[in-house]
Design a protein around this ligand. Sequence first.
Ligand code: GLN
Length: 566
Amino acid sequence: MPTELTDYDPTLGNKFIFVTGGVMSGLGKGITAASTGRLLANAGFDVTAVKIDPYLNVDAGTMNPYQHGEVYVLKDGGEVDLDLGNYERFLDIDMTFDHNVTTGKTYQHVIEKERAGDYLGKTVQIIPHVTDDIKRRVREAAAGHDVCIVEVGGTVGDIEGMPYLEALRQFSHEEDDDDILFTHVTLVPYSKNGEQKTKPTQHSVKELRSIGLQPDVLVGRCDDKLDVQTKEKIALFCDVPVDAVFSNPDVDDIYHVPLMVEEEGLDEYVMAELGLSERATPPAERTTEWREIVTREATDTVEIALVGKYALEDAYISIHESLKHAGFETRTDVEVLWVDSEEMDDAHAARLERADGVIVPGGFGSRGTQGKIDAIRYAREHDVPFLGLCLGFQMAVVEYARNVCGFEGAHSAEVDAETPHPVIDILPEQYEVEDMGGTMRLGAHETEITAGTVAHDVYGDTSCTERHRHRYEVNPEYIDAIEREGLVFSGRADNRMEILELPRSDHPFFFGTQFHPEFRSRPGRASPPFVALVEASLTRRGGDDDRRGGEGDRRRGEEEQGEVTA
Ligand code: GLN
């Protein structure tokens, strides 16, 4: 279980950047905030972040990916909003469950304290008891870091967000002026006649000011950069200097946002306001590693089929990002072909056939599992590089048990409780579990890797520590029978099977992990299994094109018009 909060030590000083959003959600407020953090880290500061999610859920663990996108898993097992994944990737840090503050957590804690009699008979209220708890959580997460970016989810004016904005208002009285900075991210749309419109921003700032918060910095999300006149108008109506108004225009790749933000000087402005300029590494001496990584030219392209059930990119965001990171490392442009495991119609099957590699991601329940099993069989029998993640690993075991070992009707007990061969079964510690929240096998656990295997080659080590999120595992009773037929369990944690593979002599790359390597991948440190998949896919594509004498590319070209990504 995630760590318990300890009491806050008020002597620990640091700087806070509070980020709120206006006009509408989904503006990329988190990316703007994470990009600012990246630049401060480049300037030599130790930066961390807190994401506030005003919903009543305690955590994101029980949330449907269709509504909220992927559930991101932290090393301590915290199941959190996908925005924390962006912070980990942009800042190259490991966060903990305490870095995600939710209304569920806060109220649960306050109510537990009330039941224990800790409030000594007082009336327990949103102000000050809930707001005190919010401030305590933010300060604790920030402790020991130079700068803490605190992003408030949702938009200003949402009922759920009110206690948080009130807590921030109090914060501004409790901290020195140069220790806190309020950044507000809004939308600057175009009118029909091509004019950048500032009224939505004005209204949003008005709303913020009515709560007692005056933004120090305004960032306008727009298709393009903000015109000077637009900035001047925003400055005038929102009572900030013109040089406190920044643009955040659309870019092709989120990893280019820090470069964009740097161009306008947001980082310098923020550091000056927070009194950090003198301590910062001089601009000419700052690391340019990020720029080098994310602007690397690709020399090749591969197409990877992602066989899942949520036709929504956010539901598999860490996988998409991991493929990008593997692309940075191998100088490859990785294109994802969306294959719906539930609707394996001709179009989806054609994408699977054209792909240079296949990923079957994690998931829960029975929907779409047959499509996943079929895709795995296809990859195995046609020598297509394959990476199975969590449920994808489990379905690879099912496929092998059925089609190679001859265990007719083999399945995971999660999908088919009546199967004669439950090759995937519930973890023993899950027998008695009744609550669905936070009760899986979660977070970072070590896997021991057998020397001389593909896994050893992939990780370059005889162990790895990756993040988990599952209730089921390979049934130990079937391990010997399955291995006798050639599948190798090359990574184990005691008697739990963590990695499966086919030897290179049998298949160019057939690899599965019970864990989720996608949660530890970073732009400069791509996850080894993803790099291995992309490399094997590159080899296959090269071979394909040679064999077909270029026909392969024509075949791809013809399909180009079809919608190929999720
Ligand atoms: N549903 C499977 C389990 O609970 C796989 C989980 C996953 O893919 N994250 O074990």
